[in-house]
Design a protein around this ligand. Structure first.
Ligand SMILES: CC(C)(COP(=O)(O)OP(=O)(O)OC[C@H]1O[C@@H](n2cnc3c(N)ncnc32)[C@H](O)[C@@H]1OP(=O)(O)O)[C@@H](O)C(=O)NCCC(=O)NCCS
Length: 156
C-alpha cells in the first residue's frame, strides 16, 4: 500500500527524476530510443516546480522510505497532464491509488469529465479505468515524431 499526499514545492526534483526514470524505464516497451529521449528531454525541475503555483491539484505516492515514487495531477477543467511511476514501483498499485484519489476528488467537485493525452502504457492503464480513446495524436516532440491518444471518461 502506497501512502499518498498532496504535492509540496520541495517535491519538484523528485517529480523530475520520476518523469525521466518512467520515460526511460517504461517507454521503450512502446517507443523507439529516439522517441524516448525526445520525450524525456521535456523534464526540468523548473517545469515541475511550477506545478505548485498554477492552481492544479497534484498528488504523490510514497515509497517505503517516504520518498515520492509516482505522481498524478488534475487541472480545473478535468485534464490529467501527468501520471508517472518509477519503474521499480510499477505494477505495485501506486498509480492506481493516485488515480482513485483523483477520480474521487473530481466527483466531489462536480467535474463532468476527465480527459488526458495518454502514452501507450497510460492508454492501457486508463482503458481499464473506464476511459475511451477519442483520437490518436501524431506530433513532433523536440523534432521527433511520436504519438499518444486523446482519452476521456464521463463522470456524470
Ligand atoms: C502509466 C503508468 C503510471 C501506470 O503505472 P502502473 O505501475 O502500471 O500502475 P499500477 O501499479 O497502479 O497498476 C498496474 C497494475 O498493478 C497491479 N497491482 C499490483 N499491486 C496492486 C495493488 N496493491 N493495488 C492495485 N493494483 C495493484 C494491478 O494488477 C494493476 O493492473 P491493472 O492495470 O490490470 O488493474 C506507468 O506505466 C508509467 O509510469 N509509464 C511511463 C510513463 C507514462 O507513460 N506516463 C503516462 C504519460 S501520458
Amino acid at each position: 500500500m502506497h501512502p499518498l499526499r498532496p504535492y509540496r514545492p520541495d517535491d519538484a526534483a523528485h517529480l523530475c527524476d520520476i518523469f525521466v526514470e518512467a520515460v526511460r524505464g517504461i517507454g521503450p516497451s512502446d517507443y523507439t530510443p529516439e522517441q524516448v529521449e525526445a520525450w524525456a528531454a521535456g523534464a526540468s525541475a523548473e517545469r515541475f516546480g511550477a506545478l505548485a503555483g498554477d492552481g492544479r491539484k497534484v498528488w504523490v505516492a510514497l515509497d517505503p522510505t517516504d520518498l515520492p515514487c509516482a505522481f498524478i495531477d488534475l487541472e480545473a477543467d478535468g485534464h490529467v497532464d501527468f501520471l508517472y511511476c518509477r519503474p521499480a514501483h510499477a505494477g505495485t498499485g501506486a498509480a492506481t491509488a493516485l488515480y482513485s484519489t483523483l477520480e474521487a476528488h473530481a466527483r466531489e467537485f462536480g467535474l463532468a469529465r476527465l480527459h488526458t493525452e495518454a502514452s501507450e502504457a497510460a492508454r492501457r492503464f486508463f482503458l481499464k479505468r473506464g476511459f475511451a480513446v477519442t483520437q490518436r495524436r501524431d506530433f513532433p516532440v523536440n523534432g521527433v515524431m511520436i504519438h499518444n491518444y486523446a482519452m476521456e471518461k464521463r463522470l456524470s
